[in-house]
Design a protein around this ligand. Structure first.
Ligand code: 2PG
Ligand code: MN
Ligand code: MN
Length: 559
């Protein structure tokens, strides 16, 4: 115990033993919704997950995974991987990036901070570049925050502003990019009336340009770099609205995958490459899909692609994206201080952990789980394994993804006896759900279910315990609905495919031969959310959770 009285030591649980191997399985984007043909989890053959549900209410229940339960501003905010895994890992609810940026903008504090004052130095002679996701999805960014920042920066001396937009269609309906670009164009036109030289300078779809994650495909970031920094792209347009409308007509094209474009002036010259002396802000608050660009913008030593020209800029993130790497070093809003995560506690209490997913979700069960912190707490007690994801494809063409490979790695870790906690993320229902391809999403859900079975079978063999849950909804609802819950039709009478996450709750199931007799879900935590899972898991490892953690979901009754 240090002089502050703080200790990592967890109290022993009065009734639950230590030393049971626990498989902690997170199905990404697997919510619970009413069964109909747009519920891919219902349509898919999922015998394993169905059998867990039969354990309700003692061994299966639902928990909240959206809105305030995961630290988002409102109950209309769908859940997402960052906030979901943060809550699962940290056991407490932290005000998340979306909310922190809202309040920094509302109080004006964002303009008093070190980050803003740093970039402001460039306003007199340089250009302010804002790069980020353009939608109201609220998962990575929000357009209203961009609008406020544009206003605030221009009122504080920014004279020349260039916006580099990434179109969405993943957290919002496909096709909505046109409206968001229109909104932004109107705002920029108003700034121009006030004498500010403000324009959109470049763009591209988020999945094809800039917003890769966990280093799955640096080409994605390079495409963005070429357009944003060098002012080079295969497509050149006079306006962003024209760009988006035209590029959307490419067969099978969608907002998420628009090719990179730059806006050029009458002489064909790009209107907004990033130059020496400029300021750059990446406006996304969420970390995973901005870290790679942050590295390219900030690191002197960088070998992931040829940057060709590395402008001397003043760069700030909307938030700091990686607390361990201190990346970026300057930021407008301080990130949530997610400390004392369950992973860190457990490592201090001798729990040996194995974590695994494929690249596209690898950081979810490591980086997000550990409170947006990269690396191990203790390399002797932890092993993190990343299975390379396919790159350059949309996952509806490979809906099984690496589910079996992940499950087999986890199975081997369980059977090895070397680990107390084996934690995985199965990406299928989420990554394929985001493509909007209903048939492929059904295949994805089945594949995830089969992977769960592989791990549960291993747990049976070693006398362990399983905890199966999810981070938010996605595949259980693939259609936009009206308030009554009926599919909403567009003007042509077509249903509108929902590529985004949902507001639905997610399951938590416990079981396995190692589960002590009498363990069951309590009835007095009806509003339980993802943050309650950490204390539950600590209990199953034989420990009491720290007193400020959200309460456990389980009780042990004598029978
Ligand atoms: O793909 C992503 O970045 C988000 C959706 O924007 O999904 P998830 O939160 O499940 O990672
Ligand atoms: Mn997710
Ligand atoms: Mn997702």
């Amino acid at each position: 115990m240090g002089s502050s009285g703080f200790s990592w030591k967890l109290k022993d649980h009065p009734k639950l033993p230590k030393g049971k191997t626990i498989a902690l399985i997170v199905l990404d984007g697997w919510g619970e919704a009413k069964p109909d043909k747009y519920n891919c989890i219902h349509v898919a053959e999922t015998p394993t997950m169905d059998s867990l549900k039969n354990g309700a209410p003692e061994k299966w229940r639902l928990v909240r995974a959206h809105g305030k339960a995961v630290g988002l501003p409102t109950e209309d905010d769908m859940g997402n991987s960052e906030v979901g895994h943060n809550a699962l890992g940290a056991g407490r609810i932290f005000a998340q990036g979306a909310k922190l940026v809202d309040s920094a903008l509302e109080t004006g504090k964002i303009y008093d901070g070190e980050g803003f004052n740093y970039i402001k130095e460039s306003f007199e002679k340089g250009t302010l570049h804002l790069i980020g996701l353009l939608s109201d999805g609220g998962v990575h960014s929000r357009i209203d925050q961009l609008q406020l920042l544009l206003k605030g920066a221009s009122e504080r001396g920014a004279k020349r502003i260039r916006v580099h937009v990434l179109t969405d269609g993943r957290d919002v309906l496909d096709g909505s990019s046109v409206g968001f670009v229109e909104t932004l164009e109107n705002d920029l036109a108003k700034l121009r009336e006030k004498g500010i030289d403000a324009q959109i300078a470049s763009g591209g779809g988020r999945m094809h340009v800039t917003m890769d994650r966990y280093e799955n495909d640096w080409e994605v970031v390079k495409r963005g770099w070429d357009a944003q920094v060098l002012g080079e792209a295969p497509h050149k347009f006079k306006s962003a609205l024209e760009a988006v409308k035209t590029l959307r007509q490419i067969p099978n094209m969608s907002d998420q995958y628009l090719p990179p474009f730059v806006i050029v002036d009458d002489s064909g010259k790009a209107v907004g490459p990033i130059n020496d002396g400029d300021a750059v802000v990446t406006i996304n608050f969420r970390a995973d899909r901005m870290v790679m660009l942050a590295k390219a913008l900030e690191y002197a030593d960088f070998d992931k692609f040829d940057r060709v020209r590395v402008p001397k800029i003043r760069y700030a993130g909307m938030l700091q994206y990686d607390g361990e790497l201190k990346l970026p070093s300057k930021y407008l809003v301080s990130p949530p201080e997610i400390d004392r995560t369950s992973g860190e506690y457990l490592v201090h209490n001798g729990v040996r952990t194995f974590a695994c997913s494929e690249t596209v979700k690898f950081g979810h069960v490591t980086f997000f789980w550990n409170g947006n912190r990269s690396g191990y707490f203790n390399a002797e007690k932890e092993e993190y394994v990343e299975i390379p994801s396919d790159s350059g494809i949309t996952f509806n063409v490979q809906p099984k993804m690496k589910a079996v490979e992940i499950a087999e790695k986890a199975r081997d870790a369980i059977l090895s006896g070397k680990f107390d906690q084996v934690r995985v993320n199965l990406p299928n229902s989420d990554m394929v759900g985001h493509t909007g391809d209903i048939e492929a999403t059904v295949v994805a859900c089945k594949a995830a279910d089969q992977a769960v079975k592989i791990m549960i079978d291993a747990i049976e063999k070693v006398g362990g315990i399983y905890v199966v849950t999810a981070d938010h909804g996605n595949a259980e609802d693939m259609v936009k609905r009206n308030k009554k819950g009926e599919p909403l039709l567009d003007k042509n009478g077509q249903i509108q495919i929902l590529t985004s996450h949902t507001l639905e709750p997610v399951p938590v199931a416990i079981g396995g031969p190692g589960l002590t007799q009498g363990v069951r879900f309590r009835k007095d935590v009806p509003d339980g959310g993802l943050a309650n899972v950490a204390a539950t898991v600590m209990n199953l490892h034989g420990f009491e959770a720290p007193s400020d953690y959200e309460t456990t979901l389980i009780e042990v009754v004598d029978n």
